[in-house]
Design a protein around this ligand. Structure first.
Ligand code: PMP
Length: 368
């Protein structure tokens, strides 16, 4: 039986091969007689799963040796507090607000840092990203926060800002919850990246933090020990019990990613080519349609989350019902912006995007 295509923004579709392997290993992992959920996180079986996941992620994202990879819990929203607790030193933190998620980060950090709004996309209703050359960066910023892909508004940085070129020595912090592993990442521009796993990597409950070593060890005294990056790093993410199932599933996804090929390309580079082809195909269809519209500036359209609207909004419910009938699930837009949203993460094949466009063409014809 073929499964429907799932366009959820997260928790989101997981590659079928990964789900199948997890199902096969559910009761008995590697002849251990145990399922992964039943293993001690300190036993040799789980340690081997953890070490492979860490090494595969490092390879896939080309993470340099002077960065630590941490497997934590709490999701992106907890990181909105954990980052300032670890990095702000109680001083200034700069924010570029480009949508709901960076807006939330900005609000939460104000509890622990002196926040400064360096730039905002609000005037464009978050349909564009202010040009980095216009950002008002603080001379004493301890870090600069951006969200590399705004899951709700569908805006994505096509290139990370080069803070040094802007005369700023502060580390760049990125929330990459919704575009991690969808494209290569230039670590020379990044101090810390964080994201929940539940979009491109696996199940909810695992948070990935990748942090440059020199940023460790400066946490405020009030920082909970389990959220102190240095403590977590010194204990190989095992200061407290890590999200073992999430790490295992992420590990299977990393192996799947490593197997992906597009021509000469492999891994994340192959995913980038595929993601670009999927997004270009879908945006091109939207831009030529009479019924559907995407309002995001072409220079910063997300390859992962594509919000779109029916010009006749009275057709919304009929659209969603007919889509579901055709095996196209979870297309309803976020309640704060309305309309529709197609999330087309790594696990969504081109075939799924084609099926969506075929359906949308048929729906447009019958609505005319
Ligand atoms: N940041 C981004 C970009 C997100 O998309 C989300 C979740 N949709 C979050 C943060 C919050 O993640 P969580 O719910 O796991 O805390």
């Amino acid at each position: 039986m073929s499964r429907p295509f799932n366009f959820s923004a997260g928790p989101a579709a997981i590659p079928e091969e990964v789900l199948q392997q997890a199902a096969n290993e559910m009761l008995n992992w590697g002849n251990s007689g145990m399922g992964v959920m039943e293993m001690s996180h300190r036993g040799k079986e789980f340690i081997s799963i953890y070490e492979a996941a860490e090494a595969d992620l490092r390879e896939l994202l080309a993470v340099p040796a002077n960065f630590k990879i941490l497997f934590m819990q709490g999701g992106g929203l907890a990181e909105n507090a954990i980052v300032p607790l670890n990095l702000s030193k109680g001083g200034t933190a700069d924010f570029v607000v480009t949508g709901s998620w960076s807006q939330k980060s900005f609000k939460e950090a104000a509890k622990y840092a002196h926040n400064h709004l360096a730039a905002s996309g609000e005037a464009s209703s978050y349909t564009s990203i202010p040009d980095a050359a216009s950002w008002q960066l603080s001379s004493d910023a301890q870090y600069v926060h951006i969200c590399s892909n705004e899951t709700i508004h569908g805006v994505e940085y096509q290139e990370l800002p080069d803070l040094k070129a802007l005369g700023c020595d502060a580390p760049l912090v990125i929330d990459f919850s919704s575009n991690v592993a969808s494209r290569p990442l230039d670590w020379s521009r990044v101090g810390l990246a964080f994201g929940g796993a539940q979009k491109n990597i696996g199940p909810a409950g695992l948070t990935i933090v990748i942090v440059r070593e020199d940023l460790l060890g400066h946490a405020l005294d009030i920082c909970p020990s389990a959220f102190n990056y240095k403590t977590v790093a010194d204990n190989n993410s095992m200061f407290n019990t890590p999200p073992t199932w999430g790490i295992y599933m992420a590990g299977l996804t990393f192996q799947w990613l490593k197997r992906q090929r597009e021509g000469e390309l492999t891994g994340v580079a192959a995913m980038e080519a595929r993601n670009k082809a999927k997004a270009d195909f879908f945006y091109d269809y939207l831009d030529h349609s009479q019924l559907y519209v995407n309002k995001v500036d072409k220079a910063c359209r997300s390859r992962m989350n594509i919000p779109f609207f029916l010009r006749d909004e009275s057709r919304n419910e009929a659209f969603l019902a007919a889509a579901k009938e055709r095996g196209l699930l979870q297309l309803k837009g976020h309640k704060s912006v309305g309309g529709m949203r197609a999330s087309i993460y790594n696990a969504m094949p081109m075939e799924g995007v084609r099926a969506l466009v075929d359906f949308m063409q048929d729906f447009e014809r019958t609505s005319a």
